[in-house]
Design a protein around this ligand. Structure first.
Ligand code: SF4
Ligand code: FE2
Length: 635
């Protein structure tokens, strides 16, 4: 039986071409890897020391303890919290990078960057309780950067990180404080996880998981600051009409795919590409330079500038198989190492840019904020040069692209709601939740995984939740799935939304000047921008005087795969949000850890993991959870 690999129509066009050209893709490698290691899938394989590797026999006949004496519960807990530490490290490095750039701008050291959104910077300062009266923008930026960098430096365990303290409800902070899981210093908490999971350290699964929750909350802290400071530097998103899928690549343009995560690189590449357009035309590209996005870098420039999205995670290689990408510029995270080899099958320059993220076979341009313009010029020149070597006979751009209305940050959502009630923008949202026109809110996040036919679980779940009047938000590669499948359009709202949801989205969209409803799924940005959804939820909870675990709010990562998703899912649970996973987490080899994450968490935190691989059933389960929450609120 052949399993469907992807529901993205571009894949059906390009996979046969890849096969013909002898190019292996992620799906070929997935097939070659079967059957995958059962011990690893259960999380009971330990490779933490060189007495090992050890693995616990899940059937009970073989070893029940590793050579050091660690049992399945200890091994599973250690493995999963190390994943959380890695995810938190990725997001927090991204955040630190942005914070240091803000500091550089404040000190006038970075000519490539400015504070493009002064209102946002002021709002961030106010949120962090920084007095801005009489201060100019550089001084405010310096103070915000300083307060942010304290979250990487504070050594007082009793003083929580500034960002988390400024972001959550009071009740949530108290609850997390009582469990001793509020992070005081992002770096320290990540280091503690690595330290406590060394051979011969923490063996108590409950204690380990609590340490993991603290790490996940450090991840949340890092994401909040990454999102908000990026908005100050590059502008908060506003609704914009654009397009998604590989059809956004242009035959007659120099196509540059920006891929990875951090907007510090892609923003400057976009700007410089605009300045070098004429050079591209001189090289024969009638349409000049065409920037397209992949993964979260794509989401960042999509929600801020309407740059079209070519691909989400699983189709990054297919972008290269079109034969029309002249350069793929990458920074950090979710970049398949295979891209350099596939790029080499064509004329494509694959360009890495970060000292700590290189790929054999790729060209490396050492990107630094101080020399960003010069670095970006070299990148764009390399793309134009590669374009001259493009073989038109090998170009296959699938004729698929969908319109996508994107750019729904907290500010733009509130601005749209303010057109209905200027005094109290949240009121129309709360009223419609209370009267049941909107049954609840679902945040779709996370990756693509080869465990699922690409995009299928996102799309199936969204259609069902929409029909049941659930308002949907999306980030990361989930948002990419919806954009590619046409669910970020007004037509999708008319076609798939239940009657009452349709009426609400139409009322808001019309009054906000969109000449029709809001799109069915609201694109909030990249995966660090999950923090935006939390901000909306906290505002609603504060207004109602309740905590996050009482709201009819759920999260779902139907196609999760990254360690970052493990971290995000865990903080989502810690914030009180029932969180669905549509791929099997590698923890089921420990009944205790599984119970902690799916049941005990509910008593301790209000949130919990709900694992369901069937997207239809998962949607039903989330609808049940939403109704249970509504009952709790008496609505
Ligand atoms: Fe085995 Fe213990 Fe070493 Fe893990 S830490 S590999 S269980 S001996
Ligand atoms: Fe991402």
């Amino acid at each position: 039986m052949t399993m469907k690999l992807s529901t993205d129509p571009s894949a059906a066009t390009l996979l046969p071409i890849a096969k013909k050209e002898g190019i292996a893709t992620v799906w070929d490698r997935h097939r070659a890897m079967q059957p995958q290691c059962g011990f690893g899938q259960l999380g009971v394989c330990c490779r933490i020391c060189w007495k090992g590797p050890c693995r616990i026999d899940p059937f009970g006949d073989g070893p029940q303890r590793g050579i050091c004496g660690a049992d399945a519960d200890t091994i599973v807990a250690r493995n999963v919290i190390r994943m959380i530490a890695a995810g938190a490290a990725g997001h927090s490095e991204h955040g630190r990078h942005v914070a240091l750039a803000l500091q550089g701008v404040a000190e006038g050291r970075l000519p490539a960057y400015q504070i493009r959104d002064e209102a946002k910077l002021r709002a961030v300062a106010a949120k962090l309780d920084i007095c801005t009266e009489g201060e100019d923008i550089p001084a405010i930026a310096a103070a915000v950067a300083k307060a942010t960098l304290e979250d990487f430096q504070n050594q007082d365990h009793d003083v929580p990180c500034n960002w988390i303290e400024a972001t959550l409800t009071k009740k949530r902070l108290e609850r997390l404080q009582a469990l001793h899981v509020l992070p005081h210093n992002i770096d320290a908490v990540i280091t503690q996880i690595m330290g406590r999971t060394l051979v011969g350290c923490d063996a108590d699964p409950v204690n380990l998981i609590l340490g993991g929750i603290k790490g996940a909350l450090a991840d949340f802290n890092g994401m909040c600051l990454a999102t908000e400071l990026s908005d100050a530097l590059f502008g908060a998103p506003a609704p914009v009409v654009t397009a998604a899928n590989l059809g956004v690549i242009k035959q007659d343009a120099v196509n540059i795919a920006v891929h990875g995560h951090n907007p510090l690189l892609s923003e400057v590449v976009c700007e410089v590409a605009g300045q070098m357009d004429e050079e591209a035309r001189k090289a024969g590209a009638k349409e000049g330079i065409n920037i397209v996005g992949i993964c979260c870098t794509g989401n960042e420039v999509m929600v801020r500038h309407g740059i079209p999205l070519a691909a989400n995670y699983l189709s990054q290689e297919l972008a290269l198989v079109t034969g029309a990408v002249d350069a793929m510029v990458v920074d950090v995270q979710c970049i398949m190492p295979s891209v350099s080899e596939i790029g080499a099958c064509f004329h494509t320059a694959v360009i890495t840019t970060m000292a700590e993220n290189k790929i054999p076979g790729a060209t490396h341009v050492d990107f630094k904020e101080e020399t960003a313009l010069e670095n970006a010029r070299r990148i764009v020149a390399t793309a134009i040069d590669a374009y001259k070597r493009r073989d038109p006979r090998r170009v296959n751009i699938p004729d698929f692209k969908q319109t996508a209305i994107v750019g729904f940050g907290v500010e733009s959502v509130l601005a749209a709601l303010a057109t209905l009630n200027a005094e109290d923008p949240l009121q129309p949202l709360i009223e419609n939740i209370a009267n049941g026109n909107i049954r609840g809110i679902a945040l779709f996040a996370g990756c693509n995984s080869t465990q699922v036919a690409q995009d299928s679980s996102f799309v199936t779940m969204a259609k069902k939740l929409a029909a049941n009047n659930v308002l949907m938000l999306a980030t990361g590669c989930g948002a990419g799935s919806f954009a590619k499948h046409g669910l970020m359009t007004q037509e999708a709202t008319l076609e798939y939304a239940g009657e009452s949801l349709k009426a609400v989205l139409t009322a808001i969209g019309t009054s906000a000047g969109l000449n029709g409803p809001l799109p069915l799924v609201l694109h909030m940005g990249s995966c660090v921008d999950n923090s935006r959804a939390v901000q909306v939820a906290v505002a609603v909870a504060d207004k109602l005087g309740v905590d996050l675990d009482q709201l009819p709010l759920v999260a779902s990562a139907p196609e999760a795969m990254s360690e970052k998703a493990v971290a995000i899912g865990t903080w989502s649970v810690a914030l009180g949000i029932p969180t669905h996973l549509g791929t099997m987490p590698q923890v089921t080899g420990s009944a205790k850890v599984t119970e902690l994450l799916t049941q005990t968490a509910k008593d301790l935190l209000g949130g919990y993991f709900l694992v369901e691989l069937d997207p239809e059933v998962a949607a039903d389960k989330l609808l049940e959870v939403i109704e249970e929450r509504r009952k709790g609120l008496g609505i």
